[in-house]
Structure formats: C-alpha cells, structure tokens
Design a protein around this ligand. Structure first.
Ligand code: 5CA
Length: 442
C-alpha cells in the first residue's frame, strides 16, 4: 500500500474524553471513530489489525477441531424465555420489536441460540463431542461504556460452545480450549494468565478469566507469580498430556477479585511470590453442565434408548477488546508497537527525498515490489512531508520495522530499523528473512 492512498485520519491532539492510552492512541492514529456512546466505526487501520487478530483466533480454534459457523446478531426472545434468562439479563440486553410486534433482541451472547441449533440437529450420543464457534458482533447496553473499545456496547467476540456426553468428557473439551487460549494469546505477543473467576450471568461453577497484566486494567488479580513460568510449549508431547499440564496451573493460586480469600492466599503463596496487580480480561471460559440443555431440552439418545442432557461449556475471546489490550500491554513513550503477527503493516519503507534526485524513491519502489511479491504486508511512504513529520507518524502508527533509504543506503544494502530498537545495514534478502521469521515468533 502507498501511504498517499491510505485513509488514515490522524488527529493532532489527544481527545480529552480518552482516559487510557489505548483509547487515546486509537483515536489519534485514526483507527476508530466514535459513532455514539460505546459504539464505534472501525476505520481501515483499526479494522485491519482487528481482522488479523480475528484470523489468529480462528486458526487456533480450528487447530483443536472447533468448527466455525455464523449465527445472526438479532435473536428471537422466545429461546431466552425458555432458558429463563430473558428477565434475568436485565437492562444490559437491547430489546427490540419487529413490525409484527415480535420480541427480538440484539444478542449479548449465544448460549440459547446454539443450544437451539444443536437440539434440532443432533439426536445421538454418537455425534458427540462437538465444538462449534462463531465470530460475531455482540451488543451489551453497558451502563458506563469506557476506555474506547475495551468496554463498549457493540463489540466483536469469538464465542465457542462445547457439547459432551458427560462431565469427564466435558472437562477434556474445557482443557482443550484452555490451552488453545494460551496459544492464541502467545501468538498475539501477550502473556495471559488464567485466573479462576466468578461466572456471572453466564452461570456454571467452573470458570477462568484470561488476564493480561496492565495497570489500566479493570480486573484486580491475586496470583502466585510462578504461574508465569509454566512452559506450554511442552504440551502435545506424550509425557505431558493436557490434563497434566492443567494440573500445573491448578497448583498455583491465581484468582480474580471476586474469588479472592486473603487467608488462603497468604497461606498458599509466600510473600516473595505474591503478585497483586491489575489486568485486562481478554478471554473468559465457562463450564456449566446442563444449565441450558436442561430447560431447552437439548438431549441425545444413549445406546440403551435412554436420553441424557448434553453437558455444555462456553468460551469467549474479546476480539475487538484485544486491539486496545495489545496497545495497553505494549505501548512505550506514546509509541504503539504492534507484534508483527497483527501489525497493520509489517514494515514501512521510507525514502528520504532529495531535490532533483529520485534515486532513493526508485530504490524504495523496487524493494516495495519485491516485498509484495514475497507476501510481506508493506507500506511505502510516497508522500513529500518533512522527514521528522514522517517519523512522528510512523511512531504513532507503530509499524514494527522501517527500511530507510537515505545517505547510508546503496543499491543493495539498506538501513533496517526496529521501532524503538537497533538499526542495521542489510541486504533485502536478509531483511525478508527477519520479517518472515518475526511473523511467526512473537
Ligand atoms: N458466553 C460467554 C463465553 S462465549 C461470554 O459471553 N463471556 S463474557 O461475557 O466473559 O465475554 C467474553 C469476552 O468478551 C470477555 O472476556 C471480554 O474480552 C469480551 N467482552 C465482554 N464484554 C465486553 C464489552 N462490553 N466490550 C468489549 N469486550 C467485551
């Protein structure tokens, strides 16, 4: 992409309504625009990043055998009356009537609808287990939407649902998701800690929130910091089954505010290992057994002809919240620094322009074409702004690498700079290698 063609309405000043860094930077860098309180338009730069996050979330769901479908945003109130949540959900639910006066709602989550789909499609225990997910907009009429995309009314969420025959099998599905989440957040350049949590309006008695540490987070956490040292790359190896690895997590105290017990914490965690801090909840998983399958009559036939209600869990990731959460976790001196896996562009080419001499620009175009051919997501700065203004802009956007064509470049060696980091003089082949490698390892 050529910078001159990009729709990126950068703001000069920080809007006063934005209280946290991610919100300020997303507005300033032209990633989002508020449409009304808690409702945003996603402009090209923000949308591109969110789509890259969505794709990583999708790939990690597919890896564990979850199947993608798409449910609508608007749901009928009927199934919510069947489950009993229509009244319980309260004012956070946006209720709508169609022209026939039929009660509808904008889905805040999808337990009821997926259960309805499942019960009308699956009859036999032989079809279990199943994992289904979709990535769709949700609406919750939050009383105080704040922090930009982190707590808003309309947000983009991945929600998955598991269907199993019994508690033991369901536990396996839960654990699969547990580790898929850790892999997902790792690919996004984040360290997320699973914390035992309350289940709120979703229900059930087993639940973990996945929290990334950040001072601006809304969740207070109490944990044994040794939980951060567990190496998940070992799972998959025969001697380290998912169940064993799960046990390791359970050995360490890690809870959110609402599960905190001072006595147990102080008894279980030595002073030097105590981690009391704040974080952002980027994912939340639940096991609730037959909470929905029972009232909605979602059962399967067993071999002996008896019927049994399926055991269900649900698993959410805040895809749009993650855009803000990554900024909160990574920003440094007003500079966003995107991990290569989700950066709006993996590298920017910045030719310094001299009067009557377009050598640098021609070199830049050649490099640009070669990178595009190698499927690198690259931005070429073809504007004639002053160099310091350019660097300011690139710092704001947070593209992780820059190729600068100036006095230090020759026909085949170029200045390659890591944002906020070191500069090297490298050939294009060397640069490509670093870029492709980065994409897979952050
Ligand atoms: N049905 C379950 C799991 S699929 C559920 O809805 N869980 S949830 O309520 O915890 O939401 C899942 C994730 O969506 C949260 O972890 C959070 O990352 C994100 N999320 C929830 N509410 C908001 C909001 N108001 N704004 C932005 N993201 C949100």
């Amino acid at each position: 992409m050529y910078l001159s063609k990009l729709f990126i309405p950068i703001l000069k000043d920080t809007p006063s309504e934005a209280k946290v860094k991610s919100h300020q930077l997303m507005l300033r860098a032209g990633m989002i625009r508020q449409s009304s309180a808690g409702i945003y338009s996603w402009l090209p730069m923000g949308f591109k990043i969110m789509k890259k996050i969505e794709q990583i979330v999708r790939e990690e769901q597919n890896k564990i055998g979850a199947q993608e479908l798409l449910m609508p945003t608007i749901q009928s109130a009927e199934i919510w009356k069947e489950s009993g949540r229509y009244d319980d959900y309260g004012e956070e639910m946006l209720r709508i009537k169609d022209r026939q006066g039929k009660e509808m709602l904008y889905g805040p989550t999808n337990e009821e609808l997926i259960t309805e789909i499942f019960r009308s499609s699956i009859k036999s225990y032989k079809s279990l287990p199943k994992l289904l997910y979709h990535i769709q907009w949700k609406f919750r009429d939050e009383l105080r939407p704040r922090f930009g995309v982190m707590r808003c009314k309309e947000f983009f969420m991945k929600d998955a649902y598991s269907f199993d025959l019994n508690d033991d099998e369901a536990k396996k599905s839960y654990n699969k998701m547990f580790f898929a989440y850790l892999s997902t957040f790792k690919r996004l350049g984040l360290t997320a800690i699973p914390m035992a949590a309350d289940t709120g309006p979703i229900g059930g008695d087993v639940s973990h929130e996945f929290i990334i540490l950040a001072e601006t987070g809304e969740s207070k956490i109490y944990s044994d910091k040794r939980i951060l040292n567990i190496d998940i790359s070992k799972h998959g190896n025969e001697n380290n089954s998912i169940e064993d690895l799960r046990k390791k997590y359970d050995e360490f105290y890690a809870v959110t505010d609402d599960k905190f017990d001072k006595k147990i914490f102080e008894k279980k965690v030595k002073k030097e290992n105590q981690l009391i801090t704040k974080g952002i909840e980027v994912g939340h998983i639940f096991y609730f057994g037959d909470k929905y399958s029972k009232p909605l009559n979602c059962s399967v036939d067993l071999q002996d002809g008896k019927k049994v209600d399926v055991k269900m869990g649900s698993y959410g990731i805040g895809v749009s919240r993650l855009v803000g959460a990554i900024i909160e976790a990574k920003f440094n001196n007003n500079i966003m620094k995107w991990p290569s896996s989700v950066a709006p562009y993996e590298v920017a080419i910045i030719p310094t322009l001299q009067k009557n001499d377009n050598t640098n620009y021609l070199r830049a175009e050649k490099i640009y074409k070669s990178l595009v051919k190698s499927n690198v997501d690259v931005l070429l700065d073809d504007t004639d702004e002053h160099l310091s203004a350019k660097f300011k802009k690139f710092d704001l956007i947070g593209i992780p690498f820059q190729i600068i064509l100036g006095s230090k470049s020759t026909d085949d060696k170029h200045e390659f700079k890591e944002l906020n980091g070191k500069t090297e003089i490298l050939t294009l082949e060397e640069i490509k290698k670093i870029l492709l490698n980065k994409r897979n390892t952050n």
